[in-house]
Design a protein around this ligand. Structure first.
Ligand code: ADP
Length: 740
């Protein structure tokens, strides 16, 4: 019973009851038994959608009740806002919730007053580096999706962050939530935590493989599928799921929806287009009308091809979902799927991690994915496939969920059963000893005062999962020594002698780099590039920041090597830093790929239409946003580094940053800086003769109104933000030539 849980606020049982939670699920009860509401650390390894969030909630609210403060660490920014919205329902009881995303260079002082704080692991890491004092007051830290310590790029940050929080505050409660993994006990040992390791699910999951015209399930049963013409298996499954199950003239089970996982964005879009034609004949008039409304809302979000394609699919009851969608599109798709209007969503694996979108059936269509590093197509991990499968079945609505893989041969049928259906979950393995991670985290550990010598550094590293897992004693020491040498060579740290003892300190530059949250190698690349550049061009700067390991690059497509080699020659004098020789194949290729990224940024900063950019580079609007945000951050960092080193090009760097931030040419920077103006309106105002903020403040209202195409509300808001003395439009006649 919820009311028997010790140490939680009195209002909680009533609140949960109203929310449909009458009793605890067995793993939740086990967590309470283990003392999670009484300050015990816990590792909970349980399947997707089995109520991990409530375990975290119980722990955090009991900490808050004791007068403490809790931190909830999420793996993705998109999940931060979702979790915040979830915890905000407790504000009515006086629990203050804050979310910390965005800038990596502040100590988030305002968060000191919050009871529950939600942040990504990168953000928490940066708060530690900036010495946020309130971190010392934490009582409870929740780490969501902790199995991601296994992730080569993001895992080390999570691992080091947890180690730092614990080393500052030895009594700290850690609640680590994980998908089912093979070595949860090892994680619990590492964190000195109790363990709840369970495979219980609130709703049964039948796993199976489609082969021929039948579904083969793990319980040995088979189900025939009716197939029309030579349609693909996914189409047949989607239709089969949609139709009610009728026995003796009675509906025994209503139709449901299907979530299809594929391995690329392009495949998600193509599959949605095809499956929309399977779904639409099954819809009734009311559903079609409601879907048409959602499609309109989607078109309103932005004026791009992605937006149009998505709306076209949604009109027919299907949709695609991937990280290239803008947040507005994503929310509309997820909501329409939960409302059971959209019957089929084709998604890349991002949707499997954390976003709560259960579905009657899940089809894992592609179980291999292209991997540039490993060369060719690689099978997905068991954990990933199980997370996707775990999205099948809506508790309280479906009798059970079904998750299917697709086989094209008998051998593959056997292989898929072995590999995924029967398979035990994989163990997670620390990736900390990789060089980029060590470079970054060693500098941060020294700069933020967690270690001041090689010995204290090694003893800090001893508290990481890596140390707990490795048998190879020398490895960590060897990588540490290599990376310390690198950091010293680049003037980020200094070694000094005090008698017999050697001391490690961060230089001013090292402190700056750590606070800016840069990979030291990015900082070294940037400094090298701008050191001798008196008047760098925007393209040159965009190329420079695109070459750093902190920018996620575009790839060159076939045939683009020649094109970008030509562009490189045309702009040779603008490009900064050393250029790799054409004979160093892969380095040269990376350098050209960075040029492609730079050109995208330059197009954006030259007011090219979003739609043209998505076309030209084969990316989604969400990708443009991502690149623009990263460039803005890196150029801001470059500006600080230039200032720190006393270079004379700070102004040029700031200008390139502002241009990419607003997506405008130089002359519009001042106007675009006015709230609610943006790149398109700034251009229209400029063409109407209003060239900067001052002129806008003193502008003739009818001119502004005409420039903004007769939109009174917009004109008033814009004038108000520019500081116009009387922004109201009353008495102004709209320009008769203005478009409606
Ligand atoms: P995950 O383990 O993937 O984090 P969630 O915590 O999101 O899963 O839970 C999945 C769903 O189950 C949520 O909609 C949640 O409200 C519901 N739920 C969790 N615990 C209970 C419970 N004890 N009784 C009823 N519903 C619950």
């Amino acid at each position: 019973e919820v009311s028997d849980v010790p140490a939680v606020p009195e209002w909680l049982p009533g609140h949960l009851d109203a929310d449909g939670v009458e009793s605890l699920y067995p793993p939740q009860a086990a967590a309470v038994e283990a003392g999670v509401t009484e300050g015990e650390s816990l590792v909970a390894s349980i399947p997707t959608a089995s109520g991990k969030t409530l375990i975290a909630t119980l722990a955090m609210l009991s900490a808050v009740k004791r007068g403490g403060k809790a931190l909830y660490i999420v793996p993705l920014r998109a999940l931060a806002s979702e979790k915040k919205a979830e915890f905000e329902q407790f504000e009515q009881y006086g629990v203050d919730v804050g979310v910390s995303t965005g800038n990596y260079d502040s100590d988030g002082e305002w968060l000191a007053k919050k009871d529950i704080i939600v942040a990504t692991s990168e953000k928490v890491d940066s708060l530690v580096r900036n010495g946020a004092p309130w971190l010392a007051q934490l009582d409870c830290v929740v780490s969501d999706e902790v199995h991601l310590v296994d992730d080569p790029t993001r895992g080390p940050t999570l691992e080091v962050t947890l180690a730092k929080l614990r080393s500052r505050n030895p009594g700290l409660q850690i609640v680590a939530l994980s998908a089912t993994i093979g070595n949860a006990g090892e994680l619990a040992d590492w964190l000195d935590a109790e363990l709840v390791d369970s495979s219980w699910r609130p709703i049964d999951l039948r796993k199976g493989v489609h082969f021929g015209q039948a579904l083969h399930f793990d319980d040995g049963t088979q189900e025939q599928l009716s197939v029309q013409g030579n349609e693909k298996p996914t189409a047949a499954i989607v239709r089969d799921t949609l139709r009610d199950t009728v026995e003796d003239g009675e509906t025994v089970e209503e139709g449901g929806s299907t979530l299809v996982f594929v391995n690329s964005r392009r495949n998600a879009e193509a599959a949605a287009r095809r499956l929309a034609n399977v779904v639409s004949p099954e819809l009734d008039g009311d559903e079609l009308a409601a879907l048409a409304d959602v499609a309109d809302e989607i078109r309103d979000v932005s004026d791009t091809e992605t937006s149009d394609d998505l709306a076209d699919a949604v009109e027919k009851g299907a949709a695609f979902h991937h990280a290239g969608l803008s947040p507005g599109h994503r929310e509309l798709v997820e909501a329409a799927f939960r409302d059971r209007l959209v019957k089929c969503v084709c998604a890349t694996p991002t949707l499997a991690a954390g976003v709560n979108t259960p579905s009657r059936r899940v089809v894992v269509r592609d179980w291999r994915r292209y991997s540039g590093d490993a060369g060719g197509m690689q099978p997905l991990s068991v954990l990933e496939v199980h997370q996707m499968m775990g999205r099948a079945g809506r508790p309280g609505m479906d009798p059970y969920g079904e998750a299917l893989l697709l086989a094209s041969s008998h051998d593959e049928l056997d292989e898929l059963f072995e590999r995924y259906v029967w398979a035990d979950p994989d163990p997670v393995q620390s990736k900390l000893a990789a060089e980029p991670a060590m470079r970054t985290h060693l500098l941060a550990t020294v700069a933020s005062g967690f270690a001041d010598s090689r010995e204290t550094l090694l003893s800090f590293l001893d508290g990481t999962l890596y140390a707990a897992q490795t048998d190879e004693q020398g490895r960590l020491e060897r990588v540490t020594d290599d990376m310390l040498a690198y950091l010293e060579r680049n003037d980020f740290i200094e070694r000094t002698r005090e008698g017999d003892a050697e001391r490690l300190t961060a230089t001013n530059l090292g402190h700056t780099v750590s606070r800016l949250y840069l990979d030291p190698m990015s900082a070294a690349t940037i400094i090298d590039g701008i050191a001798d550049a008196d008047d760098p061009s925007a393209l040159g700067l965009y190329h420079l920041v695109s070459r750093t390991p902190d920018m996620y690059q575009l790839y060159l497509r076939s045939g683009e090597r020649e094109q970008y080699t030509q562009i490189a020659y045309d702009h040779e004098t603008e490009l900064l830093g050393a250029q790799p020789s054409e004979f160093e194949e892969s380095r040269f290729e990376d350098w050209l790929a960075a040029l492609k990224t730079a050109r995208l940024l330059d197009d954006w900063a030259s007011e090219t239409d979003e739609d043209r950019i998505t076309d030209r580079y084969g990316v989604g609007p969400g990708d443009i946003r991502g690149k623009v945000d990263t460039a803005e951050w890196l150029l801001g960092a470059a500006e600080s580094l230039a200032g720190e080193r006393g270079f004379g090009n700070v102004q040029a760097i700031r200008e390139a940053k502002k241009r990419v931030q607003y997506g405008v040419r130089e002359e519009l920077i001042d106007l675009a800086d006015v709230r609610n103006v943006g790149r398109k309106r700034a251009r229209r105002l400029y063409e109407a003769g209003i060239e900067d903020r001052d002129q806008l403040r003193n502008a003739d209202k009818s001119v502004v109104l005409a420039a903004l195409r007769g939109r009174e509300r917009t004109a008033e808001t814009v004038l108000e933000h520019a500081g116009h003395p009387n922004p109201e439009m009353a008495g102004v006649t709209p320009d008769p030539d203005a478009e409606p």
